[in-house]
Design a protein around this ligand. Structure first.
Ligand code: IPE
Ligand code: MG
Length: 230
């Protein structure tokens, strides 16, 4: 979700207004994705590197997350949305940790869209956390080093149980991964859109999904057409 700041600057508004409108775009997108039958939707809402922003902006973003959970949890739960949070929990304030835990616990049994919120998330840190969990398992004698394979590793990531993304959409014209889901994006299709995140809507999502449908996913093998020709 990139471009909140630029969206605001372009209108002579404070960055916070861009972030507020970003939350509205998030609500819109969750609804659109649910309607379209998307099963997993992940938002990169705060990166472990975003702490480097000015203290006021960091506190504004924390405030918006709290507001979002407090205001939207009931609605999301009613819509049968399951919430999962990925990212480091330890350096978050107790009130935010409690809200994230509540969101996950309340919606645990829901079966429509899974909404994955990447908060205080960085992919390298996630991979390191997984390595640490596995090392502990080895130390405790519950994991044999010879059993460590890609499957086992993936099960120790924050995203355990969540399939790898089919499609990544990055807004605002940036064409970087920015430490997002480095392990999980191995075969993901990327779509870059010029729109700033606060302008993102159902039609942008539909266009991206249409574009995804035109891609030929090979996973290192041959395309189905080539395979038939032999
Ligand atoms: C994305 O918008 C929102 C978050 C990172 C939380 P930005 O804040 O990165 O907006 P730009 O990149 O400055 O336009
Ligand atoms: Mg940005």
């Amino acid at each position: 979700m990139d471009g909140n700041g630029r969206w605001a600057a372009g209108r002579g508004l404070p960055r916070l207004e861009g972030h507020r409108r970003g939350v509205e775009a998030l609500r819109r997108t969750v609804r659109a994705a649910t309607d379209l039958g998307v099963e997993y939707l992940t938002f990169f809402s705060f990166s472990s590197e975003n702490w480097r922003r000015p203290a006021q902006e960091v506190s504004d973003l924390m405030g918006l997350l709290k507001l979002f959970i407090r205001r939207d949890l009931a609605t999301l739960h009613d819509s049968n949305v399951r919430i999962r949070v990925i990212g480091g929990r330890d350096d978050l304030s107790p009130d935010i940790r409690a809200l994230l835990d509540e969101a996950e616990t309340t919606t645990r049994g829901n079966t429509a869209l899974t909404l994955v919120i990447a908060f205080n998330y960085g992919a390298r840190a996630e991979i390191v956390r997984a390595a640490r969990r596995i090392a502990l398992g080895v130390m405790e004698g519950v994991i044999a080093p010879s059993s460590i394979d890609e499957n086992l590793f993936a099960r120790h990531l924050d995203t355990t149980g969540i399939p790898d993304p089919d499609l990544l959409i990055r807004t605002s014209g940036e064409q970087r991964v920015s430490n997002f889901l480095l392990w999980q994006l191995a075969y993901t299709e990327f779509v870059f859109v010029e729109q700033h995140w606060p302008d993102f809507d159902r039609s942008t999502l539909e266009d991206a999904i249409r574009e995804y449908g035109r891609r030929d996913r090979r996973f290192g093998a041959l395309s189905s057409a080539e395979a038939k020709v032999g």
